[in-house]
Ligand binder design. Sequence first.
Ligand SMILES: NC(=O)c1ccc[n+]([C@@H]2O[C@H](COP(=O)([O-])OP(=O)(O)OC[C@H]3O[C@@H](n4cnc5c(N)ncnc54)[C@H](O)[C@@H]3O)[C@@H](O)[C@H]2O)c1
Ligand SMILES: O=C(O)C(=O)C[C@]1(C(=O)O)C=C[C@@H](O)C=C1
Length: 300
Amino acid sequence: MTNKITSIPIFKNITVIGPGLIGSSILRRIQKDPTISEYTVAVDNHPEVCYRVKKLKIANKVSSDPVESVKNADCVILAIPVGAMQEVAKQIIPHMKKGAILTDTGSTKASVIAAITPYLTSDISFVPAHPMAGTEFSGPDAGFESLFENRWCLITPTTSTGKESVYKIERFWQAMGANTRILDIRHHDKICAIVSHLPHLLAFTICNTADSLADETRSEVLDYAASGFRDFTRIAASDPIMWKDIFLNNREAILEMLARFTEDAQAMAKAIRWQDEDYIVKTIKKGREIRKSLINNKQA
Ligand SMILES: NC(=O)c1ccc[n+]([C@@H]2O[C@H](COP(=O)([O-])OP(=O)(O)OC[C@H]3O[C@@H](n4cnc5c(N)ncnc54)[C@H](O)[C@@H]3O)[C@@H](O)[C@H]2O)c1
Ligand SMILES: O=C(O)C(=O)C[C@]1(C(=O)O)C=C[C@@H](O)C=C1
């Protein structure tokens, strides 16, 4: 059965490969707004994910066969870990419909583009995209239809991405509730290294540092964790496969941002050692300003 619509949908058939947190949130939004797509197929290589998506009734069809599932799609969305993009793209592109759009939600862009481009044919337009929204949870039960509401979706076209397909993917993400922005590929990876990848690296590391403390101190960390440490543990609870893939696929930008951060942390250490009050207060004030502007931009 297809979704009931009252106006021409952006896409007739959408196939989502990887209906986890991001993919299932997309499917839920389409279910709520059938002007996005008339018919949806969800594909996953984990039987338990297929089982849950069927139970949740968030797609018209659920399958474990990517090749069969892309044949009728006008738009195929890869919502899988960035390290799995190449293998899946290689498998599906030869079976996609002429004129169809291939897009993704991956957190790194240069590596995903490099992985997919060799398999593209002239009749498939690839529109790389990255919704800047998520949580520390993963899997189909973690998704929700308002996940992308008022968040940014960054689109990084390549030199061969058609203008018309970029426009369609922009409309698609706007229908998801997001604001869209076109960004240069390398610039995207640099920005995400500082606003997303480095904070996760710090969160994973601080939890490991706390865990490697002496036994009695470690148990106290857990007993008395105030909100500072607790906030780090939220993002440190994120999926290991997804984050291993992100770190290995945006190496240069992450290492550059980590080096800059290390220099700044050293400067702060020096200020504490020499009791440089001005430097310490100036640094803290900058943090407060950033928090205020996030709240003003409705991103906090
Ligand atoms: N979680 C976030 O906050 C967030 C935000 C924005 C973008 N992203 C990106 O979106 C993508 C999906 O992230 P997520 O959080 O939804 O992950 P998730 O783990 O919740 O879902 C990924 C799904 O892909 C499936 N999968 C993995 N390999 C597959 C394959 N070869 N074939 C078919 N299915 C496969 C998994 O079984 C899983 O159901 C990733 O590239 C991630 O970097 C994540
Ligand atoms: O909000 C969170 O918990 C997230 O981890 C979401 C988050 C982020 O770092 O902001 C994670 C990865 C993305 O690619 C985009 C968004």
